[in-house]
Design a protein around this ligand. Structure first.
Ligand code: ATP
Length: 304
């Protein structure tokens, strides 16, 4: 697997406080990598380091094969676009003029491409309206448009859904999916809105106290968060026998309890079990959410 970004024991200290503590993460090419962590976990600090806005205290990272200490890191950073914290837009300018400004800053000689970006981020109809009068969602999308100006193939978005209404959240999600699927842009997105992230992330880095505590693909996560029915019976052997006959996947947890990983016809199950003199003592649906998974990793102490 090719990686756009790999970090190795990346640390950032503010005096004695470790904002990043030997953080190791790997962002595969083509991924939508969800960086998940509560407030203060260190997400923005990590993003600022990768963008070159701050220097690590120790450790290193490799971006497109270049180590952060190498000269050419500046060159590969041009392959990257980012919206860190609030989008850097000029409120007195239109969306088009904001893009023209960034084109000039990047030294691009032609404004070709601006129409495509405006179209892509859904702002082509904003005409003479100044960015300062845009809705919050429009400003976020303009911020992403500005990050796309250098035609990046790696996009970093710091909490892009923060403060957006449901419609705005959907628009950002659709934009990210389009950029990833149609334009093959690798996306690193930080968020604490887990439910939203779970709709499109292909990989997750769960962050706590400046560390990645778990890195996992969405597929691996879905497998470990799969839905199941937990059933308690007075004869586990009879249950196993019935489930085998019904060709249903299950896992025996104890001599009284099992998890069933499929939709099951309960009345058929009850009848088959009673034929074997097996009584059901309890049935509970379990659905471990992404949130549950995250809390099991980092614990519930919000002030930790
Ligand atoms: P949030 O979602 O609230 O933005 P975050 O995960 O992005 O949180 P960071 O902004 O990276 O977290 O901050 C990580 C920790 O580092 C916080 O405890 C913060 O107070 C601290 N911190 C960040 N920048 C500085 C700084 N310049 N000086 C001192 N401490 C800082």
């Amino acid at each position: 697997m090719e990686y756009v970004l790999k970090t190795d024991s990346l640390s950032k200290n503010y005096r004695h406080f470790k904002a990043l503590d030997k953080l190791t993460m790997n962002v595969p090419e083509g991924a939508i990598y969800g960086l998940v962590g509560r407030n203060g976990a260190g997400k923005t600090t990590l993003i600022r380091l990768i963008c070159g806005l701050q220097e690590p205290s120790s450790g290193s990272y490799i971006l497109y094969g270049k180590k952060n200490s190498e000269r050419d890191i500046i060159k590969v950073r041009r392959r990257m676009g980012a919206v860190v914290e609030t989008p850097a837009i000029y409120p007195d300018m239109t969306a088009r003029d904001n893009l023209k400004m960034i084109y000039r800053i990047l030294g691009l000689t032609s404004f070709d491409g601006i129409d495509d970006i405006l179209e892509l981020v859904g702002l082509s109809g904003t005409g003479k309206k100044k960015a300062g009068h845009f809705s919050f969602g429009m400003r976020q999308r303009l911020g992403i448009g500005i990050a796309l100006a250098g035609d990046p193939d790696f996009l970093i978005l710091d909490e892009p859904a923060n403060g957006l209404d449901p419609q705005g959240i959907i628009e950002i999600r659709e934009l990210i999916l389009k950029l990833n699927r149609s334009y093959q842009i690798t996306v690193l997105i930080s968020s604490h809105i887990l439910d939203e992230l779970s709709r499109f992330a292909t990989h997750y880095g769960f962050m706590d106290k400046g560390r990645i505590v778990k890195e996992i693909s969405a597929k691996e996560l879905n497998d470990s968060c799969r839905k199941c029915i937990r059933i308690e019976v007075n004869n586990i052997k009879a249950l196993a026998c019935v489930l085998d006959d019904m060709d249903i996947q299950y896992e025996i947890l104890s001599d009284a309890c099992a998890d069933i990983f499929a939709e099951v016809n309960i009345s058929k199950l009850v009848t088959s079990l009673s034929d074997k003199n097996c009584e059901i003592l309890s049935v509970k649906e379990r659905n471990e959410s992404l949130e549950g998974y995250y809390m099991s990793l980092v614990g519930g102490d919000r002030d930790a």
